[in-house]
Design a protein around this ligand. Structure first.
Ligand code: 6GU
Length: 222
């Protein structure tokens, strides 16, 4: 898989060198390009934003600069992901779909977002364009949201996780299944014992107990 991120803060993407993702890059499973949006500006002030038509607070990112940055990256294999709090909510199902893509581009908006014509233009050219949000809260920009998505997506790629068994469990699991409480040694810690059923060796009973615990937690959170 190839991933490109376009941003005015390339330094935000430094963590992609760490841990599992750094290893995936070394193994050639993943290629990542981080592009500084400001390097595509042509004016003396290197400005990437301007005031909104129709008035209002904040600034909007200029479409020409995004066009210059994105044109050379777009291919028929590309899924262009535009990060915006107004986008479709990211979830595990979306992560699984994007994990099957050959090429993801993360367009990280700042200020009040990217001129709406950017997504509209690439969609009109028959590219796959997705406006995505990671939740019902507002971040300063799409960089951290991109990192969240990149971690969720790339850990699904074959060869990225040390133990692919953990993915098999997850794909059997429906939403909430993973929410049961987990325990490891020692058997007693600060006077608190591990639930006895987990020591029983009865796998059917353990699975039933875990489902009940998941359901209990899910219900408590509604
Ligand atoms: Cl993708 N961007 C911004 N700026 N805020 C967000 C978000 C994205 N997802 C949730 N909040």
């Amino acid at each position: 898989m190839r991933i490109d991120a376009v941003t005015i803060f390339p330094e935000y993407f430094a963590p992609l060198e760490l841990s599992l993702l750094g290893k995936a890059k070394e193994r050639g499973i993943l290629t990542i390009g981080v592009h500084d949006l400001r390097s595509f500006t042509t004016d003396n002030h290197h400005s990437v934003d301007d005031t909104p038509y129709g008035g209002g607070a904040g600034m909007v990112m200029k479409p020409e600069i995004w066009g210059q940055a994105l044109d050379p990256l777009m291919t028929p294999q590309t899924d262009l992901i535009i990060l915006t709090p107004a986008g479709e909510r990211f979830n595990q199902r979306m992560a699984e779909k994007f994990a099957n893509s050959q090429h993801l581009i993360f367009a990280c908006g700042r200020y009040e977002g990217i001129d709406a014509r950017v997504g509209q233009y690439y969609a009109s050219q028959n590219f796959r364009v997705h406006e995505v949000s990671i939740g019902d809260f507002v971040l300063g920009g799409g960089e951290v949201a991109s990192l969240v998505m990149i971690e969720a997506i790339t850990r699904l790629l074959p060869g990225v996780l040390g133990n692919p068994e953990s993915l098999v469990e997850e794909s059997h699991a429906q939403d909430g299944f993973l929410e049961y409480p987990s325990y490891t040694k020692p058997h007693t810690w600060r006077g608190i014992e591990v639930p006895e059923i987990l020591l029983s060796g009865n796998h059917a009973a353990i699975a039933a107990w875990r489902s009940a615990q998941s359901l209990k937690r899910a219900t408590e959170r509604l």
